[in-house]
Design a protein around this ligand. Structure first.
Ligand code: ATP
Ligand code: MG
Length: 296
C-alpha cells in the first residue's frame, strides 16, 4: 500500500473512536467488544501502518519542531502495556520516551499535581508516552477521597467545585501545550467488567502471568461503577479539538492495537512534517567534505 492510501485507511479506522467534543458523550455508546473490522484486513493495515509510522517519526525527529504526547488511561488489565509495546514496535527508541505514573511519592505530594508530569514532557522532535498521567487526579483520586486528603492542599481550596476546577485547569494546560507545539492525544482503553474478570483469572491461573496480578487490582473492581462515572465525566469535560480522546474498545487486544496505531499515525500525518531543507551554504560544505574525503 502507498503511504497516501495507508493514511486514508488509518483515518477511517480511528475516526469512529475519536471524541473531539465532550458534550453529550456517553460511555454506554461505546461497546468494549466492538471490532468493526475484518481481522485480517485490519491487521494488514497495522503492518503497513507501522512502516508509515517509522517514516513519519523519522521526519518528526529531523524537523525538531513538534512534540507528540500520547496519554494512556484504563482500568487494570485493559491492555495499556501491550498497546504501548505494539504500537511502538516500529519506532526508533532514540526519539521516544515512556513514563509510568504510579502512586505519588512524598516529593510529588509536596508539589502541585501537574509538577511530576511536566518534568516528563517530550522534547521537540520526540514522542512521549504517559502510562497513566495527571488524569489519575480526576479518576482514582476522585473515587478514593483519602488520596485527595493526602495532597496537602490548603483546606480552603478543597471545595465542592474541585473536580470542575481540575477539569478547567487540565483543559487550559493542554491548550497551552498545543499552543507550544506539543500535540496531545489521549487514549481510554475501554474494557468490560466481564473481560477484566476473565483476564484476572487468567493471571491467577497461568504461573507465567502471576507477577501481573495484584490483589489491589481485584479490590478496585468493587468501585467499577464509580470509575465508569469518573471516566465518562472526564471525557465529557476534557475532550477538545486540540487534545481529543480516543475511546478504544479493549475487549479484543488486536483491535485495540489497530485503533491506537491508526490514531498515532493519523496524528503524525496531520502535522506538516518534512526533512529540514538544505541551504546553499550546507550544500557547499557537503561538496567540500566529499572532495576532501576522495583525495585522501
Ligand atoms: P500494571 O498493573 O500494568 O503494572 P499500573 O499502571 O496499573 O500497571 P500499578 O503499579 O499497578 O501500575 O498501579 C499504579 C497505581 O497508582 C494505580 O492504581 C493508579 O491508580 C495509582 N496512581 C497513579 N497516579 C495516582 C495519583 N495521582 N494518586 C493516587 N494514585 C495514583
Ligand atoms: Mg496495576
Amino acid at each position: 500500500m502507498k503511504t497516501k492510501e495507508i493514511i486514508k485507511r488509518v483515518r477511517e479506522l480511528a475516526k469512529p473512536f475519536r471524541i473531539s467534543k465532550g458534550n453529550g458523550f456517553r460511555l454506554k455508546d461505546v461497546d468494549p467488544d466492538n471490532t468493526l473490522e475484518d481481522k485480517p484486513r485490519a491487521k494488514e493495515a497495522l503492518v503497513s501502518g507501522v512502516t508509515a509510522l517509522t517514516e513519519l517519526q523519522d521526519k518528526l525527529y529531523a524537523q525538531d519542531k513538534w512534540a507528540v504526547l500520547l496519554i494512556f488511561q484504563a482500568m487494570d488489565a485493559a491492555g495499556k502495556d501491550g498497546a504501548i509495546k505494539h504500537v511502538m514496535s516500529g519506532v526508533n527508541p532514540q526519539g521516544c520516551q515512556v513514563y509510568s505514573f504510579k502512586s505519588p511519592s512524598a516529593d510529588d505530594l509536596d508539589h502541585d499535581y501537574l509538577w511530576r508530569c511536566m518534568k516528563c514532557l517530550p522534547n521537540r522532535g520526540h514522542i512521549g508516552i504517559f502510562n497513566r498521567s495527571y488524569y489519575e487526579e480526576v479518576l482514582v483520586v476522585r473515587v478514593h477521597p483519602e488520596f485527595l486528603a493526602k495532597e496537602k492542599l490548603p483546606p480552603k481550596l478543597v471545595g465542592k467545585k474541585i473536580w470542575e476546577e481540575r477539569f478547567e485547569d487540565i483543559r487550559n494546560f493542554e491548550q497551552y501545550l498545543a499552543r507550544n507545539g506539543v500535540v496531545v492525544r489521549k487514549f481510554f482503553l475501554h474494557v468490560s467488567k466481564k473481560e477484566q474478570k476473565r483476564r484476572f483469572l487468567d493471571r491467577i491461573d497461568d504461573s507465567f502471568k502471576n507477577w501481573k496480578f495484584s490483589s489491589n487490582d481485584a479490590k478496585e473492581r468493587d468501585f467499577w461503577d464509580d470509575y465508569m462515572e469518573a471516566y465518562e465525566e472526564m471525557i465529557q469535560e476534557t475532550a477538545t479539538k486540540e487534545a481529543p480522546w480516543y475511546v478504544v474498545p479493549a475487549d479484543n487486544k488486536w483491535f485495540t492495537r489497530v485503533v491506537v496505531a491508526s490514531a498515532v499515525i493519523e496524528t503524525l500525518a496531520s502535522l506538516d512534517l518534512a526533512y529540514p531543507k538544505v541551504d546553499e551554504g550546507k550544500l557547499k560544505e557537503l561538496a567540500a567534505a566529499k572532495k576532501k574525503l576522495l583525495t585522501k
